[in-house]
Each structure stands twice: as structure tokens, then as C-alpha cells.
Design a protein around this ligand. Sequence first.
Ligand code: GUN
Length: 291
Amino acid sequence: MIIDGKKIADTIKQEIRAKVDSLVSSGQRPPHLAAILVGHDGGSETYVAHKIRACEQCGFISTLLRFESDVEESELLSAIHKLNNDDGVDGFIVQLPLPRHINEQKVIEAIDYRKDVDGFHPINVGRMSIGLPCFRSATPAGIMMLLERYEIETNGKRCVVLGRSNIVGKPVATLLMQKGYPGNATVTVCHSATKDLKDICREADIIIAALGSPKFVTADMVKDGAVVIDVGTTRVKDETRKSGFKLTGDVDYDNVAPKCSYITPVPGGVGPMTIVSLMNNTLLAATHAIY
Ligand code: GUN
């Protein structure tokens, strides 16, 4: 079965919209998300444009703050400081990656954790890892929502996460091992130093591929009936397309899909859910549901 991330995301956006409408009719202002975008990286431009469009669909206010790629770190930090202190903004994100001369960690830690709707601040990461209420980073939270909406069993399942990034691999492993549903899985995290990776994958009931290597997961690595969640979104050159590229996942979809009980496509799987999780976090920030 193909997991339709776009359809689930559209449904959740409608649910958010209904909550926003009722907030507004009770006299509150709509939730407000701000985004900081540095430079003109094609991927980042697209992601931010999608986030702003999703805000419109959910009835949120959105603000885009743009900086050129030679912006000084201090200027960025001062913009963050302003947003932290702006009562008219409920949450904000700084789109990553940032140019090399800017210390990404310093930027993340400058964000007030109560407005950190990306869930990247160490307070949110730490609270998530011990199971406390927090902003959960968008892609892992989106994957959890997909598992939940499709009622995919995770209890006692062997789950293999490919990739150990701070924004996907580590947090998704944390959430899958947590007590409750979706969770209670036995999680193995594989990375560039993992030995016998193919054998480990073949044992998996659930594979989460988040390493950013196009078509890395091949059919011989997947057992019959496995659930495969593809987080990859690499732009691979494709002259036949107007854009000049094709968004390619970490899974060799055509050959892997026939073996799976569930699989996410790229695009239209995890991607739309990431954006909807950010919307959900913004609504939680606006209603002070967490902090
Ligand atoms: N770059 C890649 N994914 C993300 C994300 O979820 N949030 C931000 N801010 N930057 C990203």
C-alpha cells in the first residue's frame, strides 16, 4: 500500500484550519509563523515557499525575513532576538543549511525554545528524549503522524533507521523507541561506520531511510511485508524536466515497493507531512499548549 502523505497532510491542514477559524471567531488573532531565509539555495527557497503557502491554507499569518548569504552572524542573531521578543509572533524558524561562516548551533540556541517550532533547540531535543511535552522536530513528528493515521503497528517491531542526523535520524529513533504508540519499537540506527548494513536491514519490520543517498535501499535489503519510509529528497539531474532535476528518495522505489506492506513515495510521502508538523507546532505555540 502506498502511503499518501499529501492526502493525510491535506486532511490535517483542514483540521488545523477549523481550529484557527474557531480561535479567530473567539476574538484571537491567527497564529503567526515567521521564517528566516538566508541566501538563495534552490531547495531552501522551495521549502520556505511551501511553508508560507501552508500558512495561508491553515489561516495563519506568515512573515518571511530574507538575508543575503554574506549576512553577518551578529545581524542574524539580532533578528532572532527581535522575533523572540515580538509578542505578535508565535513561532519562527531559521531555514537550514546556513552559509559556512555562520555558526548554525549558535543560531539555533539563540532561538527562544518557546518559539522554536522546528524543535531544534537543545531544550526541545532534550525534553523530547525524556518524553516531556515539547516542540518535536517536523520530519520525525510527520513520520509519527503517518504511522498513526495508517494504524501501522510499531509495538515490538524491529525498526532500522538509516542516518543519524540531528534533524531526522536521531529524533525519529528516539520517538520510535519511546513508550506508547507509535513507539515501543526495537530501534537500530545505522550510519556510515555500520558493518553488515544490508543484513541489519533485512531483519527490519520498519525501515526509515534518512541518509540522503538516492536509491540506497535496494530490494535485496528489504524483507517481504516490511514498512518503508523514505525521507530522502535529493535533486538528481533530469534533462527531460523543466526544472532540470527530479526529486529522488533514498529508496529504489520501483523495485522495493512490490515487497512492502506500506511504502512512502517521493515526492508526496514524508515531505508534505514535514510541513504540516510545522503548522501543528505553530498552532501549539499560538495556543500555549506546551509552554
Ligand atoms: N532544512 C532541512 N530541513 C529543515 C527543517 O525541517 N527546518 C529548517 N529550518 N531547515 C531545514
